[in-house]
Design a protein around this ligand. Structure first.
Ligand code: MAN
Ligand code: CA
Ligand code: CA
Length: 500
């Protein structure tokens, strides 16, 4: 059912189009009378179907008819003749210059003979055919340039450059075509002996932004002609660049023998053939359906199955995008879970170590992979540091006491040498020394026992402790002095006994 409806719709549209076409002229692009970039020139610098000369320079994108240098003339001419009665030429170009004023302008030609380098915008005067001038410079000082004008010539008239040909024109319009943001365009249409000139001012890039510049009826141009463009500079100069020339011939479809028109008899024959083929196809389809009732219906009947709508496409894109976001978020979630797990494991290990080895410096690999980084160092706590410092102070004080005691012992030894003491004094001294030694012994014991209760000195810098070696040295010195003193005493006593 759907295909029948669409068939009727198509038929109706086709009938409508053919009815309209019956009234319209047939437009045919003439590639041999056109040029357009890119790749405008061939390797040898020539333009297919065109020839250029004078100061014209062809590049890939455009033909520079004149550079913006003084007194230059250039041109480009089609090699082939335009032979159609009606035609349309669209010329895209730029006229650019740094000065507020530029000169002299550019001309489009349709002439029975190709022009040569000459005085009229770079081409020959006394032409036979049509010229359209884009006259930049106001030679007659009428403040009416840049100006676009059409002028026909039967080969007898000389263009009046000094008056800008104002008395010779077929028609025209005052339009500025210099230094526009986009290329400017002119569409020259010659149809049914009427000349129409449209102009696009290059302020937009929209190809359709044409406005009417002139229209003239009963214009009789040569039946055949060459297309050309020329330009000239004088005391002032502009770059004159032509980007393209696109030529179409215009033919009446009803005209017998007109290219593109189909005779009525042939049209009927084609239509009949088309109907026969269409009926045949429908019959073949019906037969197939009867033979294969289980077969899937022809999908072509339901175009929706084959094509997705714009809305469906957008929804699909949104769905795909959201799917991607979802996947990424899921991955992130997984990674965060991993990291949290590792952190928890590490924290529990640290707290275990802390509770089991209080005050010890613990080296532990960090959680969450800090591979290659610094080793983890457990820090000693403040109260532990204070205990260590206090111990150091105690040791220092004890050492001072020890020193004082040693000093007093040595003093006493010195006194003994100078004047031998009495027996009572000797005994008191011996007691004193013994007491001191007992005190010293206790102190040392105290010192030895005390560090066992406090933390081991950490690796980090702490106040200096008195080492056990130093203590032993002190002890040894003390013992030697004591033994020496005792020996001295006993020798003195022996001497005294001898004396008594
Ligand atoms: C000079 C002459 C003129 C020309 C202007 C502008 O005055 O060469 O012919 O039109 O410069 O270029
Ligand atoms: Ca002029
Ligand atoms: Ca003027």
């Amino acid at each position: 059912m759907a295909n029948k409806i669409s068939f009727f719709v198509i038929c109706t549209i086709l009938c409508g189009i053919s009815a309209v076409l019956g009234q319209l002229t047939h437009r045919k692009f003439e590639y041999k009378l056109s040029f357009k970039g890119p790749h405008l020139v061939q390797k040898d610098g020539t333009i297919p179907f065109w020839e250029h000369g004078g100061h014209a320079i062809a590049s890939d994108e455009s033909i520079r008819i004149t550079p913006s240098l003084r007194s230059k003339k250039g041109y480009v001419w089609g090699k082939n003749k335009l032979t159609s009665e009606s035609w349309e030429v669209e010329m895209t170009f730029r006229v650019t210059g740094r000065g507020r004023l530029g000169a002299d302008g550019l001309a489009f030609w349709y002439t029975s003979q190709k022009g040569e380098e000459g005085p009229v915008f770079g081409s020959s005067d006394m032409w036979n055919g049509l010229a359209v001038f884009f006259d930049s410079f106001d030679n007659d000082a009428q403040h009416n340039n840049p100006y676009i004008m059409a002028m026909t010539n039967d080969g007898t008239k000389q263009y009046d450059h000094q008056t800008d040909g104002s008395a010779q024109q077929l028609g025209g319009c005052l339009r500025d075509f210099r230094n526009k943001p986009f290329p400017v365009r002119a569409k020259i249409e010659y149809h049914k002996k009427a000349l129409t000139l449209f102009f696009h001012n290059g302020m937009t890039n929209n190809r359709e932004d044409y406005e009417l510049c002139l229209r003239a009826e009963n214009v009789y141009l040569p039946a055949e002609g060459y297309l050309g463009v020329s330009a000239a500079t004088g005391g002032l100069a502009d770059d004159h660049d032509v980007l393209s020339i696109l030529t179409h011939t215009l033919n009446e479809p009803s005209a017998p023998g007109a290219p593109g028109s189909v005779p009525e008899e042939e049209r009927r024959k084609f239509e009949q053939e088309f109907n026969e083929y269409r009926d045949k196809l429908e019959r073949a389809k019906d037969d197939y359906r009867k033979e294969h009732p289980d077969a899937k219906t022809d999908d072509t009947e339901d175009e929706d199955k084959w094509y997705e709508s714009q809305q469906q496409r957008e929804l699909k894109q949104i769905f795909d995008g959201q799917n991607m976001i979802h996947t990424v978020i899921r991955d992130l979630n997984r990674k965060i879970d991993e990291v949290i797990g590792r952190q928890e494991r590490t924290i529990s290990q640290i707290s275990m170590i802390n509770s089991g080895n209080t005050g010890q410096v613990v080296q532990q690999p960090p959680a969450g992979g800090n591979q290659g980084g610094q080793a983890y160092v457990d820090t000693i706590k403040r109260h532990e540091v204070e205990t260590v410092i206090q111990n150091g102070r105690d040791i220092l004080n004890t050492a001072r006491d020890l020193k004082a005691m040693v000093n007093s012992v040595s003093q006493k030894v010195g006194q003994g040498g100078a004047a031998p003491p009495s027996g009572y004094e000797n005994q008191a001294s011996q007691h004193e020394v013994r007491d001191s030694l007992v005190n010293l012994q206790n102190d040392i014991k105290h010192l030895i026992n005390k560090p066992a209760a406090v933390p081991v000195c950490p690796v980090i810098e702490t106040p200096k402790c008195v080492s056990s070696t130093l203590l032993l040295v002190f002890l040894a010195v003390q013992t030697v002095i004591f033994i020496g003193y005792m020996a001295y005493k006993s020798s003195k006593e022996a001497a005294a006994k001898k004396f008594y």
